[in-house]
Design a protein. Structure first.
Length: 404
């Protein structure tokens, strides 16, 4: 066997391979020998078909199967001989079987880059305690008030934070581009609304009809309207005034607490738990930034692409060139960290077990109030296993870090 290997990038190997004719001839003969005892051909007893007839009838198929097996075996041998760690499935191109039965092909293989692991034990991390506890406490109480709010129909013009029940239609260049929306509830002045919509709906009364023109950003998650000039046509059905209850003992009882003190204690504990999680996340980010900064290598393109797509779905962004360009720097860092984490896991013998994945699936299903069976495919999802391994490695480093 002859091989010629070039490395156009630290994560890429381009390999030209030529395999001697004897290998294909031997493998084809071996497959023919294996098959002859099972062969059934009209006019012959099972296992008694002459080889020349089998070869004439099955030669092409047997040769194709032999080529496939040889390429698979040879590819493994090349990886072992040159100590290459594949980062993705190899791509075989330019396959040729010469008249004398030599096999030639080109293999394009992404590999895990080689690099020296920097020190990751006893990292010095800075703990940042969040400020503004009292403000957060009041914000959460107001959120509970909103949860218990009541709504009363009014005939006056709509004001900020009134709620409207509307029907609306969506147009682009005079053409309706989606089905009419019926009985939609809108909070006038809500920051989630388009600014033009808030201005248009302020001051309306039941029965009013209004139109708002909006230049929608290209990265808007609603693909129907992203990057287009949209006209929304509203019909106002009802204007409702929102009333929130006073924060007192009755309010606490309505929420299921024994007293106002019990409500305050629960809100207090929730804030403390959330802030502890924020502190931990910040420490994890410091680990992530340190390791990706200190290790200088280029991750495989397929890993970068996978992280771009994962981030796009995570943030619910449109699938276009601009989005990919914007997400690329973060995707490169994520891909780098995944490779570093895998190296640390290998060195420290950290692994993700099937049982850990099952337990995580059960937790996710319980939190999402979905059957665990719906999330079962995650068991065989390499990306999910990588995510769990990344988290275990970060926790391993965090437990050994010097935090002050």
């Amino acid at each position: 066997m002859e091989t010629n290997i070039i490395a156009p990038k630290e994560w890429l190997r381009e390999i030209d391979v030529e395999i001697e004719p004897e290998k294909l001839k031997s493998k084809t003969d071996g497959l023919l020998e294996d098959y002859k005892d099972k062969a059934e051909v009209p006019g012959f007893r099972k296992g008694r078909v002459p080889r020349y007839i089998l070869k004439r009838r099955l030669g092409s198929a047997l040769e194709s199967a032999a080529v496939e097996e040889i390429i698979e075996q040879v590819s493994k041998e090349i990886l072992e001989e040159h100590k290459l760690k594949p980062a993705a499935q190899a791509k075989i191109t330019d396959l040729e079987v010469t008249p004398d039965k030599a096999i030639r092909f080109h293999m394009k293989l992404e590999v895990l880059p080689e690099f020296d692991l920097k020190d990751y034990e006893e990292l010095k991390l800075k703990k940042h305690e969040p400020a503004g506890f009292d403000q957060e406490f009041e914000k959460r109480l107001r959120a509970l008030q909103d949860k218990c709010a009541t709504f009363k129909s009014v005939s006056r013009p709509a004001r900020e934070h009134d709620y409207l029940t509307v029907n609306y239609r969506t147009f682009n260049n005079g053409k309706e581009i989606s089905k009419p929306k019926i009985n939609v509830m809108l909070d006038v002045g809500d920051k989630m609304n388009f600014e033009e919509v808030n201005r248009t709906l302020t001051g309306v009364r039941p029965g009013d009809e209004r139109s708002a023109e909006v230049e929608v950003a290209p990265d808007n998650p609603e693909k129907e309207i992203a990057g287009r000039k949209i006209t929304f046509k509203f019909t106002v059905l009802e204007v409702k005034e929102k009333t929130v209850p006073e924060i007192n003992e009755e309010f606490a009882l309505d929420l299921g607490y024994d007293s106002m003190d019990a409500l305050r204690q629960d809100v207090n504990e929730q804030i403390l738990a959330d802030r502890a999680q924020l502190v931990e996340n910040e420490l994890k980010n410091q680990i992530f930034d340190y390791l990706t900064r200190e290790h200088d290598f280029e991750p495989p393109q397929s890993w970068v692409n996978a992280n771009v797509e994962r981030m796009r779905r995570e943030y619910k962004l449109s699938d276009n060139e601009e989005t990919h360009k914007r997400l690329l720097p973060g995707a490169v860092k994520r891909a780098k960290f995944d490779i570093i984490a895998a190296r640390i896991a290998e060195k420290e013998k950290i692994e993700v077990t099937e049982e850990e994945i099952r337990q995580q699936i059960e937790t996710l299903a319980e939190n999402a109030k979905r059957p665990a069976s719906e999330l079962a495919p995650l068991l065989d999802n390499p990306a999910y296993r990588t995510e769990m391994l990344r988290e275990k490695v970060i926790k391993f480093i965090l437990n050994k870090a010097d935090v002050n």
